[in-house]
Design a protein around this ligand. Structure first.
Ligand code: GAP
Length: 458
């Protein structure tokens, strides 16, 4: 894959109305994006797919929707106030600012800069790395830059009213562990899933919707008995990868990276990422993080809140603080992977190429498009649209040749197109065309809903 291909994909999804630049009429706002008519449908489908597999269809898990602004003590307990920052270093000569660890990793991808102390980072940079902009090797010392967005509650802006926009949805789950366990009468092992916005004042956002300051996460916190955690860790690792295969992401574009013990947070027993072969990069990049976090989060909240976070096993009368497995993925990042994976410039013959997005039918913005062969048939086509739109997200197009209409739907990933023709009135049937094979078949209008339901399911 290549940067050139990535630029093409980004341009395509902007033109088609998946994603727009944020605040465009005011000259934009760096690295902010708005989701257009197709993007919002696709994003909703991704969230629906995750919720279906991680909440509705899992006998272990339930859902939650916690607040974005939490009591600021939550972020002291979680460790974010003390440690959720990036090491910044400036070139003294041209004043360019860099994230020290990234500067080193870009200079030499073999080096694990995330495990280095600030003084080690400083020393390495000033000895080895000329400024990528001006080539000088004179740097400031490192300052830690807090990634949480600050805001204030109420009318007076002082230290007492300080609050943060959540940088992850996870803490909203931990602080509700007891509530959910009590009200749903769940027994360990069980999980709590949540989808929602998160905010990070990233120093180096970029690569379109890959890394932004405002994004959405889909997180599961799975609570289990200490000692069983590593087998649940394997269970959820496989479950997440299978979810991506089920969404038809090409297997060759996905892989696990398991982190070494020396690279883990002090409380973590194991951590891995699922990486995707994003075309903007020469190496695979993080898509999904999965961590075995021990009892760190619940213990910290117990310590800071004074609330007992322990679980009493009703069968053995044993009391313990549950261990946690956390699979966490960004909606926007998964959407980018799905868009990159689906984009195809298919050569039909020497003279003809079509752009087709091979999106999974469950994920595609429109499940089906309805075309009258001629405007004279629009009443019948509209009646079919009215019937299908109660079940599926539908597009309707009566402009241009049928061939052009097919191509327009291919370019946005619509898996099925229905053409109403002059025989439809007589045989109550339509032609349905498959996006990927381009094969057409005749089908009774009364069979359309069950046909589509069968094809679109996940
Ligand atoms: N609670 C754990 C947690 O937040 P993380 O690795 O910082 O872990 C999890 O984030 C996932 O959220 C990432 O794997 C990525 O998919 C997504 N993500 C994180 N930061 C992001 C950003 N700035 N923009 C878009 N997605 C982001």
């Amino acid at each position: 894959m290549s940067k050139e291909l990535f630029d093409k994909i980004v341009n395509h999804v902007k033109v088609q109305g998946f994603v727009y630049s944020g605040s465009e009429i005011y000259g934009g706002l760096a690295n902010s994006w708005d989701y257009g008519p197709l993007g919002v449908e696709m994003k909703n489908n991704i969230k629906k797919a995750w919720w279906k597999k991680f909440v509705s269809e899992s006998k272990y898990n339930v859902g939650l929707d916690s607040s974005i602004i939490l009591n600021p003590k939550v972020w002291e307990a979680s460790g974010h106030v003390a440690t959720f920052s990036d090491p910044l270093i400036d070139c003294k000569y041209c004043k360019s600012r860099y994230r020290a660890d990234k500067l080193i990793e870009e200079y030499n991808p073999e080096i694990k800069a995330s495990t280095m102390s600030n003084s080690e980072l400083e020393k390495f940079i000033s000895t080895n790395i000329p400024c990528p902009k001006c080539n000088h090797k004179e740097y400031t010392t490192i300052r830690n830059f807090q990634l949480m967005f600050k805001t204030s509650i109420g009318v007076v802006e002082d230290q007492k009213s300080l609050a943060y926009l959540r940088p992850e949805t996870a803490q909203g789950i931990f602080i509700n562990f007891k509530n959910v366990q009590r009200s749903s009468r769940k027994k360990i092992p069980f999980g709590i899933g949540q989808i929602g916005k998160a905010f990070r004042n990233e120093i180096t956002p970029g690569n379109f919707i890959f890394r932004t300051r405002e994004f959405e996460q889909m997180e599961l916190e799975f609570f289990c008995k200490p000692g069983t955690d590593l087998s649940w860790y394997d269970y959820w690792k496989n479950y997440c990868m299978q979810f991506l295969y089920d969404l038809h992401i090409q297997k060759d574009n996905l892989k696990f990276i398991e982190y070494e013990k020396t690279e883990l947070a002090h409380y973590a027993k194991a951590t891995c990422d699922i990486l995707y072969n994003f075309p903007f990069s020469d190496t695979f990049e993080e898509l999904w993080g999965i961590a075995a976090r021990t009892d760190y989060d619940l213990s910290r909240h117990q310590e800071y809140s004074g609330e007992n976070m322990q679980y009493l096993d009703p069968e053995t009368n044993e009391k313990y603080t549950p261990y946690v497995i956390e699979p966490s993925v960004g909606v926007d990042r998964l959407m980018l992977a799905l868009l990159c994976d689906a984009y195809d410039e298919e050569i039909i013959n020497e003279k003809d190429t079509r752009i087709v997005m091979h999106l999974h039918p469950f994920i595609a913005p429109y499940s089906v498009a309805i075309f009258p062969l001629s405007k004279a048939l629009s009443n019948k086509a509209n009646a079919i649209y009215d019937m299908l739109c109660k079940h599926f997200s539908c597009d309707y197009d009566e402009a241009g040749s049928i061939g052009k209409r097919y191509r327009r739907e291919d370019a946005i990933g619509t898996p099925y197109c229905i053409t109403v023709d002059f025989d439809t009135e007589n045989d109550e049937s339509v032609t349905i065309r498959d996006r990927d094979t381009m094969q057409q078949q005749r089908i009774k209008i009364t069979d359309l809903i069950s046909f589509l339901n069968d094809k679109i399911k996940l």
